[in-house]
Design a protein around this ligand. Structure first.
Ligand code: FPP
Length: 252
């Protein structure tokens, strides 16, 4: 239930994607090791998920680990994997209790086997058994890179062509999108990036085509529910024209 008077319940974005940046700088400002920034960032994840559910979002996609993040020092990568496992183990009951369904996108096969195991358990445990819609889909991008996702989709489509299942002229945007990890999910309406930098960082390049962008100087560990609501309020002040004119939209 939406209990925030500053938001219009009729214009809540269906899908919000977030680049959770600034954990390292947050820690540095406090003379803490980087991993402490990621740990504080896990608390923001919990708060933002709780808020997303309250606001009736359909999908929340969080960029938790990119394909490029494998290049970080082994100690940091290990720490992030441990935090992810801790999060999944400790949140399972909470996700189930709130009918939040976990999904993930990315090269999951590259994650350590213990992380894959708990991830699969939580995904299977929280996938609705009936046709019932979950109250929220929490979609974690893990070992995710958008270019590699697009190449993977192109390869799958090429294979279908070679085997004679499809003809090149049958390809469409819809067909292409159905080969991406995000198949079946609506495109993000809003992309939030914390930490102040204005980059896409190889995130959802196809899916973000029409998303509104919101960049905030707030570092991810300081980005809690109230800041999330502020971002959605800003989104609600935008006019989404999808290439049309303002006058055309008003006439509709
Ligand atoms: C970017 O900050 C953040 C990451 C690479 C990892 C994000 C991970 C979490 C928020 C915690 C674990 C995730 C879950 C889902 C429980 P950065 O390290 O690049 O920050 P900087 O730009 O300030 O260095």
């Amino acid at each position: 239930m939406l209990d925030n008077p500053v938001l219009d319940p009729k214009r809540i974005p269906r899908h919000v994607a977030i680049i959770m940046d600034g954990n390292g700088r947050w820690a540095k400002e406090r003379n803490l090791p980087r991993i402490m920034g990621h740990k504080a960032g896990s608390e923001s994840v919990k708060d933002v998920v709780k808020t997303a559910r309250k606001l009736n979002l359909e999908v929340l996609t969080l960029y938790a680990f990119s394909t490029e993040n494998w290049k970080r020092p082994a100690f940091e990568v290990q720490g992030l994997m441990t935090l992810l496992k801790t999060y999944l183990k400790s949140e399972l009951q909470n996700l189930l209790g709130n009918s939040i369904s976990l999904r993930c996108i990315g090269e999951i096969e590259n994650l350590p086997s213990d992380v894959r195991k708990i991830l699969t358990e939580v995904i299977q445990g929280t996938t609705p058994k009936t046709d019932e819609k979950p109250s929220l889909i929490l979609n974690l991008a893990l070992s995710y890179g958008s270019r590699s996702e697009i190449v993977r989709a192109a390869r799958a489509m090429a294979e279908k062509c070679v085997s004679g299942q499809f003809e090149p002229q049958d390809f469409s945007e819809k067909f292409f999108a159905s080969h991406l990890y995000t198949s079946g999910l609506p495109d993000p309406d809003l992309l939030i990036r914390t930490g102040g930098e204005a980059r896409l960082s190889n995130f959802l390049l196809w899916q973000l085509s029409y998303a509104e962008l919101y960049i905030t100087e707030t570092m991810w560990p300081d980005f809690r529910g109230a800041r999330f609501i502020e971002a959605i309020r800003d989104y609600q002040s935008r006019e989404r024209r999808f290439g049309q004119t303002s006058e055309q939209l008003q006439a509709e």
